[in-house]
Design a protein around this ligand. Structure first.
Ligand code: BGC
Length: 767
C-alpha cells in the first residue's frame, strides 16, 4: 500500500514525511551538524533520490531536468547531485572533460564567455613536463571555479593498449608511470583552486567497441602493473576528489558493480577516502553498484532509486551501506564552491589560460624527422597545403569536446606570425572544405565523430606556381576521433591515396627546385607514418593542440621554440606488430563481448623492447632543433636500501635553446619474476637550456618503483640481484648507465586475492 501511495504521490509523500520529521526535531544542516547527523536527518526517500544524480534528459523525460536547469546555472554541464535544501545540501555540479570544460557559453554583460580549449590528453602527456601540466590543471581549475562548477570529469588515464582505441586522444600513454604522474600533476593543479576532479575510467576501459558490455579478461599481474598502476600513482599522490568507474567489465564483473575494485583495492589497499561515481548510465545492477562502493549513480534514473529500494526490502542491501555512500557524497559536497556559496563570476582569467594552452601545445609537438634541417623555416614564404592547415582539428569529439570562443587554425597562426601564405590558395581551400562539409548530413550529436574532408586535389601547374613563389611547403594531414567508436585501421590509421598523392606531387615539384617539404600531423592518435618515410624532409606531430593550435605551430616552425615533445606511445612498423592486434577489439568479431588481454604486461615498448621487435619510432622519442648530451651519471649508493638517488648532467651542445626530456629506465634481474627488459621509472624535463648550458637532474628511486607483482605470492616484490639504470632521451637512445644491487628480497606489500580471471588464457611470455 505504502508503495502504491509512493508511486502516485511521491513528491507529496516526501514533503509530508519531511514535515513530520521537522516537527519532531530541529532539521540538521550540512556544515553545521556532523555528516552522520545530516544522514540521520534524511528520509528514506531523500536517501534514495540522493544516491543518484540528475542531469541528462532521456527521451521519455523520465529522469528530470537537463543539466543547466540546476539552480539556473551551467548550461551543458554533464550533471549534478540532487539538492536537498531543507538539510542545507546544495547540488554539486559536474562537467566534462579532459581538454577543458564542456559547457555552453555563458552570457556576461553583452558578450558570451566560452571555456578555453586546451590540448587533448595525449598532447599534454607528450610534453613530459609535469610542471607545465600542473599549470594547465591550474588554468582549467580556474575555469571550473569561475563558471560555477564543482568537479571536472577529468583526467582520463586509461592505458593506450591498442592504437585503434577511439578515446586514446583523451588518454596519456601506453605506460602507467607517465599516465599516473601526468595525472597527478593535472589533478593537483585543478584542485589547487578548491574544486574537484574525477579520475576516469576506473579501470581497463581500453576500447570503445561494445564499451557498455565488453569484458576485459586480464591477468592479475597485468591489472596491477599496467591497468591499475597509473590510477594508484595518482590516487596516492594527488587524491582526486572523485573517481569515475568505467563502462566495461573486468573478468566478468562490471567495474561499477565490483566491490573488489572499488572497495578492496581502491579504498582498503590504496587508502582512498573520496567519492566514486559511475560513468553515465553504466552497469546493470544498481544495488550491486551501491554495495560495491559506487557512491553516486550518474546521471541518474528513477528506476535506480526503485531498484535500490527493492534491494533494501529484500535485504540485499543494508541501510548502513547506503548511508556509507551518502556520507562520502556529502563529504565531497562540503568541499565544493557550491556549498561554500563561492561568488563565481563567469569570467575566468582567459588571457592567462589561453597562454597556458598555447605553451602546452608547443611543448607537446613531437618532431619525428628533420632531414637537412628542413625545420625551422628560415623564410616566411611557405606554401601551406592540406585541408587541416585551414580546418585544423583542435580537439576530439564526444564528452571531451570543448566549445571554445575561437580556434586559431594553422593558416591563421601562420598569418598572424607574418608568414606569407598564398591568399588564393587559402580561399580555395576554405570554400572547398565549406562546400564538402555542407553536403554532409546534419551531425547526429556529440558522439558522431567529425571525419576529415577528403584532400582537395591540387594540379601540377598550381604546385609549380606555389613552388616558385615559396621557399618550402608544409602539408598538414588531419585526423579526428571521439567517444563511442574505435578508429578504423584503413580509414584512420592508414594514410589515404589522396593524401599520398598530394604529398608525392608536392615533393616532386618542390625538390626539383631544392625546396623542402614538411608534413605536420594534426592527429588525435598515431597514424602509419611508415607510409611517409621517404616522402617528407621533416615530420612533426602537432596532435590536437587546443584553440591556440596555429599560434603554437607558428612558434615551432619559425624556430622561436624548439620542439621538445616525446612519444608516450610507440609507433610500430605495422599495426599487426601491436601485441594486442590479434585480440582487439574482441570476440565474437561481429559484436565483441570479450577481449582477452593476451599481451599481459607486455604493452607498448615493454613488448617491442623485450621481444626485439623493430619499431618505426620508439617510446620516448622526439627530436629537438638542438642537441643535448647526458653525462656524469652518479648514484649515492651501490646497494639499495630504502631509497637511491641518481644524478646526471644534461648539456645543450647544439646551437639553439631548447628543453630535453631525461628518461630513466630500469632493467631488473628478472630471475625469480619475468620482467620486461626495460621499464620507465622516472623522467624529468630540463629548463629551457641555452646553447652551452647544463643542468643537473636528480631522480629518486624507492622500493615500490622497483617492485613487480608476484601473482603466486600476491605481493609486490623487489627481487635481489643487480639492477641497471639506463638514462637517455628515448627508450632506445640510452646515453648513461650504471648499476646497483639489491642484497635481499624486499616484500613491499601483500595484497588481496581479487580480480582473478575466471578462465585460463595464453599470455605472451618470454619463457
Ligand atoms: C563518458 C565520460 C563522461 C560522461 C559525462 C560518458 O559517456 O564516458 O567520460 O565524463 O559521459 O559526459
Amino acid at each position: 500500500m505504502i508503495m502504491n501511495i509512493r508511486k502516485c504521490f511521491a513528491p507529496t509523500f516526501i514533503l509530508l514525511t519531511a514535515m513530520l520529521y521537522a516537527q519532531e526535531k530541529p532539521v540538521p544542516q550540512l556544515g553545521k551538524n556532523s555528516i552522520k547527523e545530516v544522514v540521520a536527518g534524511m528520509t528514506l526517500d531523500e536517501k534514495l533520490l540522493f544516491l543518484k544524480g540528475i542531469g541528462m534528459a532521456v527521451s521519455n523525460g523520465e529522469n528530470g531536468p537537463v543539466a543547466g536547469s540546476i539552480d539556473g546555472k551551467v548550461i551543458g554541464a554533464a550533471g549534478s547531485t540532487e539538492a536537498i535544501l531543507r538539510l542545507g545540501i546544495p547540488a554539486m555540479i559536474v562537467a566534462d572533460g579532459p581538454a577543458g570544460l564542456r559547457i555552453e557559453p555563458v552570457k556576461k554583460g553583452n558578450k558570451l564567455n566560452y571555456p578555453t580549449a586546451f590540448p587533448v590528453g595525449t598532447s599534454l602527456a607528450s610534453t613530459w613536463n609535469a610542471q607545465l601540466v600542473n599549470a594547465v590543471g591550474k588554468a582549467m581549475g580556474n575555469e571550473v571555479l569561475e563558471f560555477g562548477i564543482d568537479v571536472i570529469l577529468a583526467p582520463g588515464i586509461n592505458i593506450q593498449r591498442n592504437l585503434l582505441c577511439g578515446r586514446n586522444f583523451e588518454y596519456y600513454s601506453e605506460d602507467p608511470v607517465i599516465a599516473g604522474t601526468i595525472a597527478s600533476a593535472f589533478i593537483n593543479g585543478v584542485q589547487s583552486n578548491n574544486v574537484g576532479t574525477s579520475i576516469k575510467h576506473f579501470a581497463a576501459n581500453n576500447q570503445e567497441t561494445s564499451r557498455n558490455s565488453i569484458d576485459a579478461v586480464v591477468s592479475q599481474r597485468a591489472l596491477r602493473e599496467i591497468y591499475l598502476r597509473g590510477f594508484e600513482i595518482a590516487i596516492k599522490n594527488a587524491n582526486p576528489w572523485t573517481v569515475m568507474s568505467s563502462y566495461n567489465k573486468i573478468n566478468g564483473t562490471y567495474t561499477s558493480e565490483n566491490y573488489d575494485l572499488l572497495t578492496t583495492i581502491l579504498r582498503k589497499e590504496w587508502g582512498y577516502q573520496g567519492m566514486v561515481m559511475t560513468d553515465w548510465y553504466s552497469g546493470k545492477n544498481y544495488a550491486e553498484q551501491v554495495k560495491a562502493g559506487n557512491d553516486l549513480l550518474m546521471p541518474g534514473r528513477k528506476q535506480e532509486s526503485k531498484k535500490i529500494e527493492e534491494a533494501l526490502e529484500n535485504k540485499k542491501l543494508t541501510v548502513e551501506e547506503i548511508d556509507r555512500n551518502i556520507e562520502r557524497i556529502l563529504s565531497t559536497i562540503l568541499k565544493t564552491p557550491s556549498f561554500k556559496k563561492y561568488p563565481y563570476n563567469n569570467n575566468p582569467d582567459f588571457a592567462k589560460n589561453q597562454n597556458t594552452a598555447k605553451l602546452a601545445a608547443e611543448e607537446a609537438m613531437v618532431l619525428l624527422k628533420n632531414n637537412g634541417n628542413a625545420l625551422p623555416f628560415h623564410s616566411k614564404k611557405i606554401a601551406l597545403l592540406g585541408n587541416a592547415s585551414y580546418d585544423t582539428f583542435v580537439g576530439g569529439t564526444g564528452s571531451g569536446e570543448v566549445h571554445s570562443a575561437y580556434t586559431v587554425s594553422f593558416f591563421e597562426g601562420f598569418e598572424n606570425a607574418g608568414f606569407q601564405i598564398d591568399a588564393d590558395l587559402a580561399k580555395r581551400y576554405q570554400s572547398f572544405i565549406e562546400k564538402e562539409k555542407s553536403a554532409r548530413p546534419k551531425r547526429l550529436g556529440i558522439l558522431e565523430t567529425i571525419k576529415p574532408v577528403e584532400e582537395m586535389p591540387i594540379d601540377g601547374s598550381e604546385l609549380q606556381k606555389l613552388a616558385k613563389e615559396s621557399d618550402a611547403a608544409l602539408i598538414t594531414l588531419g585526423r579526428n576521433a571521439g567517444e563511442g567508436s574505435d578508429r578504423d585501421l584503413n580509414q584512420d590509421y592508414k594514410i589515404s591515396e589522396k593524401e599520398i598523392s598530394l604529398i608525392k606531387n608536392t615533393i616532386a615539384v618542390f625538390h626539383q627546385q631544392n625546396k623542402k617539404v614538411v608534413i605536420a600531423l594534426n592527429i588525435d592518435a598515431l597514424i602509419d607514418v611508415t607510409q611517409l618515410e621517404n616522402l617528407a624532409d621533416a615530420i612533426l606531430i602537432t596532435w590536437l593542440p587546443g584553440q591556440e593550435a596555429g599560434t603554437a605551430l607558428a612558434e615551432i616552425v619559425s624556430g622561436k621554440v624548439s620542439p621538445s615533445g616525446k612519444l608516450t606511445q610507440t609507433i610500430p612498423l605495422k599495426y599487426e606488430d601491436v601485441p594486442s592486434s590479434s585480440t582487439f577489439p574482441g570476440t565474437p568479431v561481429e559484436r565483441p563481448q570479450k577481449t582477452i588481454y593476451n599481451d599481459g604486461i607486455y604493452v607498448g615498448y615493454r613488448y617491442y623492447s623485450t621481444f626485439k621487435k623493430p619499431v618505426a619510432y620508439e617510446f620516448g622519442y622526439g627530436l629537438s632543433y638542438s642537441v643535448f648530451k647526458i653525462d656524469n651519471i652518479k648514484t649515492n649508493n651501490s646497494t639499495f636500501s630504502k631509497e637511491l638517488k641518481v644524478t646526471v648532467d644534461v648539456k645543450n651542445t647544439g646551437k639553439m635553446s631548447g628543453k630535453e626530456v631525461v628518461q630513466l629506465y630500469i632493467s631488473a634481474p628478472g630471475k625469480s619474476i619475468e620482467k620486461p627488459i626495460i621499464e620507465l621509472k622516472n623522467y624529468s624535463k630540463t629548463e629551457n637550456l641555452k646553447p652551452g648550458k647544463s643542468q643537473k637532474i636528480e631522480f629518486k628511486l624507492n622500493a615500490s618503483d622497483l617492485a613487480s607483482f608476484d601473482t603466486d605470492r600476491l605481493s609486490w616484490i623487489v627481487e635481489p640481484g643487480t639492477y641497471s639504470i639506463n638514462i637517455g632521451n628515448s627508450s632506445k637512445n640510452i646515453e648513461q648507465s650504471t648499476s646497483f644491487t639489491v642484497e635481499k628480497e624486499i616484500i613491499v606489500e601483500k595484497v588481496n586475492d581479487v580480480l582473478n580471471p575466471k578462465e585460463t588464457f595464453v599470455e605472451i611470455k618470454q619463457k
